[in-house]
Each structure stands twice: as C-alpha cells, then as structure tokens.
Ligand binder design. Structure first.
Ligand SMILES: Nc1nc2c(c(=O)[nH]1)N[C@H]1C(S)=C(S)[C@@H](COP(=O)(O)OP(=O)(O)OC[C@H]3O[C@@H](n4cnc5c(=O)[nH]c(N)nc54)[C@H](O)[C@@H]3O)O[C@H]1N2
Ligand SMILES: Nc1nc2c(c(=O)[nH]1)N[C@H]1C(S)=C(S)[C@@H](COP(=O)(O)OP(=O)(O)OC[C@H]3O[C@@H](n4cnc5c(=O)[nH]c(N)nc54)[C@H](O)[C@@H]3O)O[C@H]1N2
Ligand code: SF4
Ligand SMILES: [Mo]
Length: 706
C-alpha cells in the first residue's frame, strides 16, 4: 500500500446536477487528503462548484452515520441504540416476511430518488431487489416527469446538443432555469458566446444570478410561460416569420397550432404574463431573425399544475423557424435519451412478479395517511432521498411516519429530517468509498467512479445492502449476487445493441480512462439533423394526439393553476416558488456548516410592496402559512422578486427550524397535467410577522387595564 501512495483516484460527482464533474481523489494512508476536479475533462475544466469543492468536509463529517441504529424512544424523538448489521438485517427481513405473509409485498414501499445518480447505487439498487420481492412500485415523478413525457411525445426524447455548441447560438432564451447555480459548467461556454455576440435572455419570476448577467431579463409571472411562448409564436405566424417549407416537411399540425396562437395576442399575453406587448413583439422578431436561436430550460420550469403543457409550448417554438437540427439552435433540455440503459438488464423485471401497484412519490404523505389502503403501506424503506425535507406536503409525510404501525427503515449518510422518524437507520457509503458508473444529463460523457478508500465505520453501499437483504429474504437469483462491476458490464453490453453512441466503449476503457466521450457520428452530433425526429411519425408533433391519452389538449395551451385561481384557498395571497439553493443540491449539503454559512438562514424573498402591505421588515422573522402547514423563515425584502411572488430556495433542513418544519410543509402535492409531475410552485401562501416575545410583552403592557 505505502509504496503506491499517494495515489490519484478517478471519480465522478454523484449529485443530481447536469454537470457530472470528473474528480480526482488523492489518497494518503487510507484517507483522501485532496479532492479536486480533473483538469483534462472538457466540461469540468479543472474546477468544482462551491458545493462540492469542500467535499471532504462532507465525507469526513463528525455527524456522518457510522453504525446501524435502532429507535429507542418514541418515533421522531431522535433517541437511538447501536445495533449490529446482522441484527438490523434480521429484524428488517423478519418484519418484511411477516408483512408479506399477511398482506403481500405490495404493503412494502421503497422510496428513493436522487442522492446519487450512479447506475448501480441508484438505478440497480432501486429496481432488482424490489422487483424480485414484488414490492409496491414508485412513480418517480418529483422532478422531470412532465417534461420527459412532453419531450418523448413531441420530439421523441431528451436529446440536447453538445453544450459547447452554444458558441454557434445567436439568440438564447434561458427559460425558467438558473444555470449559474444548477448547471455551473455551462456558464463559461455561455459567457464566451455572449462575449462573441450571443444575445442572452432569461425568463424567470426571480431575478436570479443567471438573470443578472443577461442582455434581457423578463420577470414573468409564475406558471404563465405557456402563454408567453404562444404569444411569441403568435407574432412569428402573424408576421410571416415562420418557415412553411420546414414545417410542411417536418411537423404535424402547424396550421392548427397557428390557429391556437391566434388567441394569444401580445396584448392579451401581456396581461397574463406581466411582460409588456412591445417586448413580446421585439423578442419574437429577434428569435426569428437572429438565428440560430435556442431555448435552454431544465426541470424547474415545469413544477406547476400545467407544467406538461408549458414544456409542450416551449418545444414547439423553435420549430416555427426551423431551428431544430441547426447547430446552435433548437432546444437544450437534457441529454438523457442519447443513451438509455437497458431496462431489463437493469431491473430483471421479466424474471419477477408484476409490480402490484404504484404510488406516486409526490403523494407520499397522502399515501401513508389513507390514500393507499387494502392493504395500507406497512413498511417504508428510504434511501438516496430525504422526503421529509424534499417531498411536497411534508406535514402529511411526517404524520404518516409517526404511524405506530408503520415500520420505517432509512439508509443514509446523515441523520436527516427523514431518518429521525425511522425505526432502523442504516449507515451509507459516500461516493469516495465505492465504484459506480455515471451518465451525465448535461453533456455527452460517461464517468467511471473508482472507490478511493474503504468505507468508514460500518457504512455499506446501497447495492451491498440490497444484496444483504436479498440473502436474508432467501432470494437466490444470481443477478442479486453480482458485483458492481459485473452489473455495470452486463448493463453496458445489453445497452450497446442498437446504440451507436456506445460503440467501442467497454468496462475496461471506462475503468482505465475514467471519462469516456460518447462515440458520436458526425450526422448524429446535432440532434434532429435533417428534421428527423424520434417520434413515431418521424416529425415534431406540434399537434400531439398522444396527449389525448393523458387527458391533455393535443395543442399546447395556457391555463391558470387551480391553486392560484379557481381553487384558491383563502389562506394564500402570495405565490411561493422554491427553486434550487446555490449551495445545496436539494437537501444534500443542507447540514454542512461551511455551506450553511454561505447559504444563510432559511429565508423568503418578498417584494417591498408586499412587505409594506404585510408590515414585514427586512431580516425579520415571518410565519409563512397556508391550509397545509406553516414554517418560520427570515424575510428578505427585495425587488429580486415581483409583487405577489415569494421565493424561498429549497433544501434547508427542518430539524434546525422552529417546530422542525421546513419549506415543504407548505407545498402542494397536487399532480400536474402530465406524468404525475410535482407542482411545488403551484403553492399559495400567506406571510405574517412572527410576534416575538418582546413585542408581545410590550403590547400587553401598553393595553390599558379596565
Ligand atoms: N445548486 C443547486 N444545483 C442544483 C440543484 C440544487 O438544489 N442546487 N438541484 C438539481 C436538481 S434536482 C434539478 S431538477 C435541477 C433544476 O435546475 P433548474 O431548473 O435550473 O433549477 P430550479 O431552481 O429548480 O428552477 C429554475 C428557475 O425556475 C424558476 N421558476 C419557478 N417557477 C417558474 C415559472 O413558472 N416560470 C419560469 N419562467 N420560471 C420559474 C425559479 O425561480 C428558478 O430560478 O438543478 C440541479 N442542480
Ligand atoms: N420546495 C421544493 N422542493 C423540491 C424541489 C423544488 O423545486 N422545490 N425540487 C425537487 C427535486 S427537482 C428533486 S430531484 C427532489 C430531490 O429530492 P431527494 O432525492 O430526496 O434529494 P435530497 O433531498 O438531496 O436527499 C438525498 C439524500 O440521499 C442521501 N444520500 C446520498 N448518497 C447516498 C447513498 O449513496 N446512499 C444512501 N442511502 N443515501 C445517500 C443524502 O445524504 C441525502 O440526504 O427534491 C424536490 N424538492
Ligand atoms: S454538483 Fe454539479 S457542478 Fe458541482 S461538482 Fe457536482 S457535478 Fe460538478
Ligand atoms: Mo430534480
């Protein structure tokens, strides 16, 4: 060992971020002493973001979970006793066997999402064992379900250009997306393009960091983007700026779309969106004339009740002027569909019982408290997720977790808001302590992550725990016993069939080189080259009849969310939007002191007009509340947000907030129009000053006794 040290180990950032940075760990005496970016990676380019630069603080944190724990006090009391892995696995398997004997495996719900995006530690661990068991399925719709459904139906998948192609873009609309925080390695390419003349437009209700450096910032009203897109299309059609030949050849339904957009005059759209008519007119003309023109969005813009239709409208716009298939033009959403891991190799579903029923993850609280019955969910297994902090309507989730008859296991790196309510807590490895394979969703590289050091304490990886549980349950399938590298190789080989992007890519190459670029043929480099779409029709479906199956209008349309209008609760008069925090990834890093200090205390941004109306001072404590719950935040009075819109970044942990209630105690768990999508931003709240003890005392003194 000593002879080979210090060693540099290649890895990949595991977090839910499009950049999937290539990392290097320097190991000394069995400990990682330096964790840096790979200087040779074409996208990472030698730097890590503010969140991951101090990664060793996370890996070697004092509060890292090291041993299995069993609850000692009442649920949520945070009192624990240390147990051995054998005890933990025996107890879990014993409880599950009893539940399965009485109610079937449908009463057991695994809940996981995006703590790591690794192929094995996320996707395989979330499928194989649970499929074998026949456990309750999870509809994984908290993040991107509406946009995924809309993209597949409209253009045939999530196929983005190479991020470096922004150099060819003349006009870019960054639409409901904040890459300065959420896709940081796109920013240098954008800046370079902007210096060379690319006109950058940011459309966001919040004047974000990204918006501050735009050439044009449009402070759109929340959830009105479909109307704005239809208004831009109105002008393009009205003024004959569209490309009828391209539309005839490569699209379905452009004449009907044109009729639909006739209802969205700039004047009408101005009233809906808050963007004045002249700006809509001039932006439409610029989008048509200054091409290649591109729309870049990510996942935040869809998180409201009409998120699916919104994405449909955004996808249609570049087609009008034939921007798809043009280098630097079209849509930049996600790279995910370039390589789609072979589902059968991953989950082995064909060898397993059918999934008995499916719970939508956004309805976790509702599902635990009555929405799912006959039988109810009797056991919950949470890993790579922190639903009490990150899932909507957290009050209902906590109510469910408090059920005496629910057996909850949480596999975690830290004692999160969710782990606190567990019956058994299991300690998880970090990315530096296991192998895995990562596929970026913001660029076209595979990254192999080598374990740099052995797991500390008794931490075990997700796939390892699934194997331990499988053995205890008596499942004997060979695919539950494969090593991580065997799993990766099997899935890689199965996915290669019919996917030219994987040509020449082998497990050995991935392990040796760490970063391997997709094998992109020249004619596949720009998505939709030649106007070829991956839809069944081969065209872009501006009118998309597949929408009818979802109960959605086949043409893009604008509707106001019910929570803002028709079903508005009297308790709310401000729209609450809660996008990404700059220094966390969802709730990950929310407990890391240096990042907490940079992010600041949990806050809510309120426009000065609202602050005046509500009697709220800058930096004062406020209670934010609605029909679902309440939480306490620090008010920041700022014109970064518009009147009527409050902004509070996601990810702050409830356990350090008053009443242990975080932001998601407020958020809507209604489902959006497509894909069972979350609707975090379709949330109305009220805000009032918190009556401090001092103020209450003063008032009681001031009231004259009679
Ligand atoms: N630093 C950091 N990076 C992250 C994450 C994080 O938590 N922190 N999360 C990761 C994850 S899980 C995801 S899915 C991606 C998301 O990546 P993004 O989509 O870029 O991030 P969000 O902040 O969720 O949403 C982007 C913007 O949408 C705006 N927005 C909200 N409602 C509307 C609306 O109705 N219209 C318009 N036009 N804009 C609206 C918000 O104000 C926000 O600035 O980021 C990933 N990267
Ligand atoms: N209000 C509001 N809430 C939101 C959003 C929003 O826009 N607004 N965005 C939503 C979005 S886009 C997303 S994707 C979700 C994300 O929601 P989640 O997937 O729940 O993500 P996190 O909250 O970051 O929790 C991930 C947890 O996994 C743990 N973890 C990391 N690696 C491992 C591992 O290898 N093994 C195990 N067992 N655990 C591990 C981390 O410690 C962390 O506690 O949040 C959603 N929540
Ligand atoms: S969170 Fe994103 S930007 Fe930061 S290191 Fe990870 S992949 Fe790179
Ligand atoms: Mo997400």
């Amino acid at each position: 060992m000593a002879l080979t040290e210090p060693r540099l180990i290649r890895g990949a950032c595991p977090h839910d971020c499009p950049d999937t940075c290539a990392t290097l760990s320097e190991v000394h005496n069995g400990r990682v002493v330096r964790f840096v970016a790979d200087p040779d990676h074409p996208i990472t380019q030698g730097w890590l973001c503010a969140k991951v630069r101090p990664y060793l603080e996370r890996v070697y944190a004092d509060d890292r979970l090291m041993y299995p724990l069993r609850r000692k006090g009442p649920k949520g009391s945070d009192r624990w006793e240390r147990i051995t892995w054998d005890e933990a696995i025996d107890e879990i398997a014993g409880r599950w066997k009893a539940i399965i004997a009485e109610d079937g495996a449908q009463a057991i719900l695994p809940y996981s999402y995006s703590g790591t995006l690794g192929l094995v530690e996320n996707m395989v661990a979330a499928t194989r064992f649970w499929n074998r068991m026949g456990a309750c399925g999870l509809e994984r719709s908290i993040c991107d379900a509406a946009a995924t459904t809309a993209s597949i139906a409209t253009i045939g998948g999530k196929l983005a250009p190479d991020p470096r192609d922004v150099a060819h873009t003349k006009t870019i609309l960054i639409w409901g997306h904040n890459p300065a925080s959420t896709n940081p390695h796109f920013m240098p390419f954008l800046r370079e393009a902007q210096r060379n003349g690319t006109y950058v437009v940011v459309i966001d209700p919040r004047r974000t960091v990204t918006a501050k450096s735009a050439d044009l910032y449009l402070q759109v009203k929340p959830a009105t983007d479909a109307a704005l897109a239809l208004g831009l299309m109105h002008v393009i059609f009205r003024d004959g700026l569209h490309d009828p030949d391209w539309l005839d050849a490569h699209s379905i339904g452009w004449q009907e779309l044109r009729e639909r957009t006739a209802h969205f005059s700039p004047e009408k759209v101005a009233v809906i969106t808050g963007i004045d008519a002249e700006t809509i007119e001039s932006l439409a003309r610029r989008f048509a004339a200054e091409s290649p023109a591109m729309i870049k969005f990510s996942d935040g813009v869809q998180r409201h009740e009409n998120g699916g239709q919104t994405i449909r409208a955004l996808l249609c716009l570049p087609a009008l002027t034939g921007q798809y298939g043009v280098r630097g033009g079209g849509i930049f959403y996600s790279q995910s569909s370039h390589i789609v891991w072979d589902e059968e190799a991953m989950g082995k579903a064909s060898e397993c019982p059918p999934v008995p029923r499916i719970v939508n993850m956004n309805r976790l609280g509702a599902s635990l408290t009555g929405e799912v019955s006959d039988p109810p969910i009797r056991s919950l297994y949470v890993f790579i997720a922190n639903p009490v902090t990150s899932t909507p309507n957290a009050g209902a989730t906590v109510q469910g977790l408090m059920r005496e008859d629910l057996f909850t296991v949480v596999h975690e790196q830290f004692m999160t808001d969710t782990a606190r309510y567990a019956d058994i807590v299991l300690p998880a490895t970090s990315q530096l302590e296991r192998d895995d394979l990562h596929k970026a969703y913001g660029h076209r590289h595979l990254q192999y992550n080598h374990a740099a050091v052995p797991p500390p304490g008794e931490c075990r990886g997700n796939w390892q725990v699934m194997q331990d549980l499988a053995a205890a349950m008596g499942y004997d399938d060979p695919w539950l016993k494969q090593s991580t590298t065997e799993v990766i190789e099997e899935i890689l080989e199965a996915t290669k069939t019919g996917n030219t992007f994987l040509e020449g890519i082998t497990l050995e190459r991935l392990q040796d080189e760490g970063t391997v670029a997709y094998s992109v043929k020249p004619d596949e480099d720009v998505p939709f080259a030649g106007g070829r779409f991956r839809t069944a029709s081969g065209k872009i479906e501006l009118r998309c009849d597949a929408m009818l199956d979802h109960g959605v209008d086949p043409l893009p349309d604008y509707k106001e969310p019910l929570e803002y209008g028709a079903e508005r609760n009297q308790l709310g008069d401000l729209v609450l939007i809660s996008g990404a925090a700059h220094h966390f990834v969802s709730s990950s890093f929310g407990n890391q002191p240096s990042l907490q200090a940079k992010e600041g205390r949990p806050q809510i941004l309120i426009n000065p007009t609202d602050a005046l109306r509500l009697g709220i001072a800058d930096r004062s404590h406020v209670e934010v509340y609605n029909q679902r719950g309440s939480c306490e935040l620090i008010a920041r009075v700022t014109d970064e947000t518009a009147p009527g819109v409050a902004v509070s970044p996601k990810g702050q942990w409830g356990q350090s907030m008053p009443g242990k209630r975080g932001l998601n105690w407020l958020t809507s768990d209604r489902l959006a129009d497509l894909g069972g999508q979350s609707t975090f931003h379709s949330t109305m709240v009220s805000v009032r000053p918190v009556r401090t003890i001092a103020a209450t005392l003063l008032e009681s003194v001031a009231v004259p006794a009679d």
